[in-house]
Write a protein that binds this ligand. Structure first.
Ligand SMILES: [Zn+2]
Ligand SMILES: [Zn+2]
Length: 192
C-alpha cells in the first residue's frame, strides 16, 4: 500500500467476496498495522454470512494465544454479513451472488456518488456476472487464464464479457501467469 501511495489508516471498510486463502491471507499484516501503527480506528469487514467467525479464526491462527490477550483489546472491528443491499461508511452497496466453488462468491456493486464500481472476486462467466457489471462505470473482474480454467473465468470469456458491456471500463485481475497486451506493470497505479 505504501509503495502505491495508499495509507492503510485511511481504509474504513474491507469487502470480502469469499473466504478462499488467496483472497484473505493478505489480511493479517494489514490488521497488525492497524493495531500497532494506526491505533484505535474502527475497521468494518463486510463479507459472506459467517464473516465474523471466519476472520476471528484467521486472527487466532495468525497470532495464537497473543491474539485474545494482547491484540484483540486493541482492535476495533465490526463484522457485517453482506445483505442484498445496504450502506456502509456512507456508501450504498448491492451484493450479487456469483458462481464459484461450493459456496459461491459475493460480487459487490459499490456506489461512489453517481459512479458504480463492480467487483467480482472469483466467478464463472455465468449470468449473475453480467448482472454484476451491467451499467457499472468500472468493473474489477477476475480473468484467471487462457482456455479451461476450473471455476473461474478464462481470458476468452473475459473478452466476450467486455464486448457485451462496452460502456464499462474493465480491470481484469487474478491472473495466475503470463501477460497480455495492455497489462499494467507490477504495482502500477491505474487511474479510473
Ligand atoms: Zn476463490
Ligand atoms: Zn481466487
Amino acid at each position: 500500500m505504501h509503495r502505491v501511495g495508499i495509507e492503510p489508516k485511511d481504509i474504513d471498510v474491507v469487502f470480502l467476496t469469499h473466504f478462499h486463502g488467496d483472497h484473505t491471507l493478505g489480511l493479517p499484516p494489514f490488521v497488525l498495522h492497524r493495531i500497532f501503527v494506526d491505533k484505535p480506528r474502527q475497521l468494518t469487514f463486510v463479507g459472506p454470512d459467517g464473516v465474523a467467525g471466519r476472520l476471528e479464526s484467521l486472527w487466532e491462527v495468525s497470532w495464537g494465544v497473543d491474539w485474545k490477550s494482547v491484540m484483540l483489546p486493541r482492535f476495533k472491528a465490526r463484522y457485517v454479513d453482506a445483505r442484498p443491499s445496504g450502506q456502509v461508511a456512507g456508501h450504498r452497496y448491492e451484493t450479487v451472488k456469483l458462481d464459484h466453488g461450493t459456496t459461491g462468491c459475493n460480487g459487490y456493486r459499490i456506489h461512489f456518488g453517481d459512479v458504480v464500481l463492480a467487483y467480482s472476486g472469483d466467478t464463472e462467466p455465468t449470468a449473475p456476472l453480467d448482472r454484476l457489471v451491467d451499467g457499472a462505470d468500472v468493473a474489477i473482474v477476475e480473468a484467471t487464464g487462457p482456455g479451461d480454467v476450473f471455476s473461474h473465468m478464462s481470458w476468452e470469456a473475459a473478452a466476450a464479457l467486455r464486448k457485451r458491456h462496452p460502456q464499462t471500463r474493465f480491470i481484469f485481475n487474478h491472473l495466475y501467469s503470463g501477460s497480455v497486451k495492455g497489462a499494467a506493470r507490477d504495482l502500477q497505479v491505474v487511474e479510473v
